[in-house]
Design a protein around this ligand. Structure first.
Ligand code: MG
Length: 223
């Protein structure tokens, strides 16, 4: 088995990946397209660190799964220990940003929702968490205005700015730190905007964060 996943900073440094925290329904337009109510507090789930993959990698759809969806998301990288953080603590603790894809087995997630079961298989399978190289936070003073998005085979499927989020990056970190002890190398997938859709074998995916970083992945069925 490979050693632990290393987050690559654009500077060339690396940071061992810790816990992958994910937020659901953080954009009103995506909640609408899913026919889901707006949550009264952030919807939180986890992916195992071994679900991560990098720029140039392959999203491998598990056998007999027909409906793997892309969810492009802004990813915040934590650089400090945080517990019961203030908003100032949260802002200071973000060392960088990446663009990520929360690959989701939509049919399996829908079944889990219907039966009140966890989303772990739908959300946490191997290669379900592509993460781009990390841009240092100080290089992006106005993250709220930076467009991120995703295209499949050259067609744009999703694009948004973090300003459209219901809870900001700082607010999400404050919330998470009320429950969890965040640590250096942890990442937060901050939710997806509208435009989610299927990925099939042979697709070429490109995700970008402004003009500062991008990643490209192939899609294949897992053998
Ligand atoms: Mg998501």
């Amino acid at each position: 088995m490979p050693a632990g996943f290393l987050l690559e900073m654009l500077s060339g440094q690396t940071l061992p990946l810790g816990t992958i925290y994910c937020i659901g329904r953080n954009y009103a337009d995506h909640a609408r397209e899913m026919n889901a109510e707006l949550p009264s507090e952030p919807v939180v789930f986890l992916k195992p660190p071994t679900s991560a993959t990098s720029d140039g990698g392959t999203i491998r759809i598990p056998p007999n799964e027909q409906n793997a969806h892309h969810e492009v998301e802004l990813v915040a990288v934590i650089g400090a220990h945080l517990h019961h953080a203030t908003l100032d603590d949260a802002h200071r603790a973000v060392v960088g940003y990446a663009v990520g894809i929360d690959v989701t087995l939509r049919d399996r997630q829908s079944q889990a929702k219907k039966h009140g079961l966890p989303w772990a298989l739908a959300k946490g399978f191997a290669t379900s968490a592509p993460i781009s190289p990390i841009v240092p936070a100080e290089a992006i003073p106005t993250i709220d205005e930076l467009e991120f998005g995703l295209e499949v085979n050259g067609t744009v499927r999703q694009r948004a700015t973090p300003r459209q989020m219901i809870w900001s990056v700082g607010e999400l970190i404050v919330f998470l730190s009320q429950w969890f002890i965040l640590a250096p190398g942890d990442v937060v997938f901050t939710g997806t905007p509208e435009g989610v859709g299927p990925l099939v074998e042979g697709d070429r995916v490109r995700a970008w964060l402004g003009d500062v970083v991008e990643m490209r992945l192939d899609v294949a069925f897992a053998s």
